[in-house]
Each structure stands twice: as C-alpha cells, then as structure tokens.
Design a protein around this ligand. Structure first.
Ligand code: HEM
Length: 436
C-alpha cells in the first residue's frame, strides 16, 4: 500500500487515546503502571498527553535515549522542559531551568566544586554527619529509613554546599526546607499550568498559595545568608565559590535551592532503595561494607533496578527524526529511565539484582540514572560519594532488618520514584561479636 502525502505527512509515535485528563490522572496515581502499560501496548517509543502541557514522547531503549541526549548540542532544551514544573521552586536563574549560553555559564561555575576530586575532600565531614544522625535512630522499633536519610543528606547540603554554620539559621532551614520541597514538588503545584499560577496564588487556602508563603520565608533566610557571606567571605563550600565567581543575589539563591532540590531528596531516595533491596538479599549484605569494589557495584545496580529520577526530558525546538517517527517542534521527548534500565538487550535478566554486572568496570551506555548528554547530573560524584560513605557508616554501626519481607513497590514521592513505604526498617545494635 502506498501513502501519498499531498500537503505534509508527519508520523508521530502512537500512544493512549483516552482523554488527556485521564492520562494525567492515571500517571499521577501510578506512573509505573501507566507507563509500563503504554510501553507494552505501543512499543519502545510512545506519546503521552498530559493535561495543560505539550505532548511528551517517551523512549525505552538506550539508543533512542542517546538520540534525544544528542539534541543537547542544538534543538533540545532541557531547561525549557523542566521550567514548566520547576520554575516556581528554583526560579529563572537555575542551571536546571536555563538553556543556551546562560545555562553554559552557570554550569561552568557549578561544575568545578562538584568534581570527584573536589567532593572527595568532603568524605570525613559526610561520615561525621552520618554518624551523628545514626546515633539518634530508634532501636527495636520500625521507622521509615528514607526520612532519616533525608535528614542526613539535607544536613550535607546545608553545611557543605550552603556552608551555613549558624545554629539558629540551620534549625530554621532544617524545618522549613522539607516543607517547601513537599509543597513545591506536590503534583497539585508542579502540574499547575503556568497560566493558572497567578490566580491560584491569590486564593489563600489553595496549596499554591501556601507554597508561595513558605517560599517567601525560606528566601528571606537565604538572601540574608548571601548578604552576610558577601560581607564576610569565608569557606570552601559551594556558595562561597558561586559568590566568588560573581553570581548575583537572585542567581545565587536560585542555584542554592537548585542544589538542594536536585541533590538531597534524590540521594536520600537512592539510599532508601539501597537498603530496601539489600535487606532482602542478606548474602550480599554480608559482603558489605568492607569490600569497596563490591559496594560500588551494588550502588550502581541499585540505581539501575530502582532509578530515582524517572525521566530526563528535552523540549524539542526543531522537528526530530526518532525511531522512524518525526517529533514535532514544541513537543517533549525523553527516556523513561526505568524502562531503559529494564531493556533485556542492554541488561540480561533485567529483573535480577546482580551487582556483578558492574564488577568488570565496564559501564553500559544504557545505565543512565544521572541522565545524559550535556545535561548529565552535575552532582553525580557527590551523590555516589554520599551513598558509599553513608551505607558504610550505617552498616558499621547498626544491624537493620525489614519488618516485612515483601519488597516495597514504587511510588511517586515529590520528584522521585521512592519505595512505597519509604523503606520500613528495624535497627538493632550489632551483637558484641561483630562490634568493631
Ligand atoms: C542519587 C542521586 C541523584 C540522582 C539519581 C540524580 C539524577 C539526575 C538526573 C536524571 C538529572 C537530569 C539529567 C538529564 O536531564 O540528562 C540530574 C540533573 C541535575 N542534578 Fe542530579 N541526581 C542526583 C544527585 C544530585 C546531587 C547530589 C546534586 C547536587 C548537589 C545534583 C544536582 C543536579 C543538577 C544541578 C542537575 C541539572 C544539570 C543540568 O541541567 O545541567 N544531583 N540529576
């Protein structure tokens, strides 16, 4: 059969035909089930239509993902793709929401202090923060590990990235920042179309208005800290370096919130998954924490089977040929990372938790928990170091067990795919024979 296109023939990837409101509702309730169902039905490239947003093309293979990441060199805008969801929280001057030359300038400033060699200098402080927090964990009763991990990773960002030492200020931010992230990352705020934000902000009882009040309170503290640091320059933390590099107040504020948003809940969720998996695989747990090489492989495998960030979209600004289709300008395209990580062609027996895949030092190009292209996660080295150090500190100090042996499902928790029960554990002191 021959098709003749008289005017212009554009084949876009197939996708669900239910109304966009129903697609959005399904995704918000259970993103894994929605996207896995559509993947099974439509194949490795499919279109989802979220209410109030441009259509989004998801891809499920490393090859297609790489083609999307290649658009970072021109034609794909990661900043614009994130702006719709993140700008209320991180602002207009964030490396997350910028594109083009402005993005390149900010990225150039942020990259050096977050390189592997630089973050290695934080090793002992990370271990000390972890030890201090672990000492306060309850013994003999169940608790949610993700919340405890978040306290550790928040403290790391506050002290090592923000460089805040003032105890009262630290206390206020410790209380306010998780609330701000919760409010700003909730679906009702993040998925609120831009044109509805202004009116929603004027109705005091709506979640968006509450979020704006919280943001104003946090901003006042941050601007105050920025002003203080300009008067009394100090420290080797990331904020000091941003100010030295000449960032203005609003730019510095936006990048601080960016590093916090991008850097603390993600790492805490990665750690929660590490324990959720390991507590169900006692033979692997026994090899840890002293086998460093194995620990590295375990962390990589955790981030493969349970990637924390589920997508890395780009706003396409020129038509893109992808997988035999043409993606129109103005649409989003990006990998759905859990599907790429479960592509059997890249990872044989993908459901199996097998750290050995990473032991030979080979890195599969299909492993993309930190995204790819030029927008690859700038904090990846800090995140991996935190995971190594914190897992080691926990295992040296306590014995953890899962009160319920059934694996935890995945659910959306703000910007991450988290364990449904946030990793329920019971901690006990090591038996005397094992205590170092
Ligand atoms: C396990 C922890 C983490 C995971 C899974 C993770 C994952 C990601 C992913 C998937 C992206 C998008 C990449 C793309 O679009 O191709 C990203 C970007 C980013 N991440 Fe991370 N991240 C983690 C930790 C961190 C940390 C600790 C920081 C900073 C302290 C950080 C800062 C950022 C920033 C600033 C970006 C935007 C980069 C840009 O657009 O140029 N992340 N991250």
């Amino acid at each position: 059969m021959t098709y003749v296109c008289i005017w212009r023939c554009v084949m876009v990837p197939p996708g669900p035909r239910i109304p966009s409101l129903a697609q959005t509702a399904w995704f918000m309730r259970d993103p894994m089930s929605a996207l896995e169902t559509w993947h099974r039905r439509y194949g490795p490239i499919f279109t989802v239509r979220f209410f109030g947003f441009p259509p989004e093309v998801y891809v499920a293979t490393a090859e297609l993902a790489e083609q999307v990441f290649r658009t970072d060199a021109g034609g794909g805008r990661a900043g614009a793709a994130r702006r719709d969801f993140l700008e209320p929280l991180v602002g207009r001057h964030s490396v997350l929401t910028l594109d083009g030359d402005d993005w390149a300038g900010h990225r150039k400033t942020l990259t050096p202090p977050l390189r592997a060699r630089q973050v290695a200098g934080y090793h002992d402080e990370i271990a000390a923060i972890a030890a201090e927090k672990i000492a306060g964990w309850p013994l003999g009763e169940p608790f949610t590990l993700r919340d405890r991990m978040q306290e550790i990773t928040l403290e790391i960002i506050l002290r090592l990235v923000f460089g805040i030492r003032d105890a009262a200020r630290l206390d206020r931010l410790r209380a306010l920042l998780p609330e701000l992230i919760e409010a700003g990352g909730s679906m009702t705020v993040a998925m609120l179309p831009a044109r509805l934000r202004e009116p929603a902000g004027r109705v005091p009882f709506l979640p968006y208005a509450r979020f704006l009040r919280l943001r104003a309170t946090v901003d006042a503290i941050l601007y105050d800290e920025i002003a203080r640091r300009r008067r009394e320059p100090e420290g080797t933390d990331v904020l000091s370096r941003l100010l030295e590099a000449g960032l203005g107040d609003e730019e510095a504020r936006d990048e601080l919130i960016t590093l916090l948003i991008a850097g603390h809940e993600t790492t805490a969720t990665g750690l929660a998954w590490a324990f959720e998996r390991l507590l169900r695989l006692p033979h692997m747990l026994r090899r840890l924490p002293d086998d460093e090489v194995y620990l590295d492989a375990v962390i990589k495998e955790v981030l493969r089977v349970r990637p924390v960030v589920y997508e890395a979209p780009r706003l396409i600004d020129a038509p893109l040929r992808l997988g035999g289709y043409e993606i129109p300008a103005g649409w989003y395209a990006g990998p759905f990372i859990p599907l790429v990580h479960h592509d059997a062609a890249a990872f044989p027996s993908p459901e199996e938790f097998r750290p050995e895949r990473f032991l030979d030092g080979q890195q599969s190009r299909a492993w993309m928990p930190f995204g790819g292209g030029r927008r690859f996660c700038v904090g990846a080295q800090l995140a991996l170091l935190e995971m190594r150090v914190i897992i080691r500190e926990v295992l040296h100090r306590l014995e953890l067990v899962a009160p319920d042996p059934v694996p935890e499902a995945r659910r959306l928790a703000n910007v991450t795919l988290a364990p449904a029960r946030l990793t329920r554990v019971i901690a006990r002191a090591h038996s005397p024979a094992r205590t170092p």
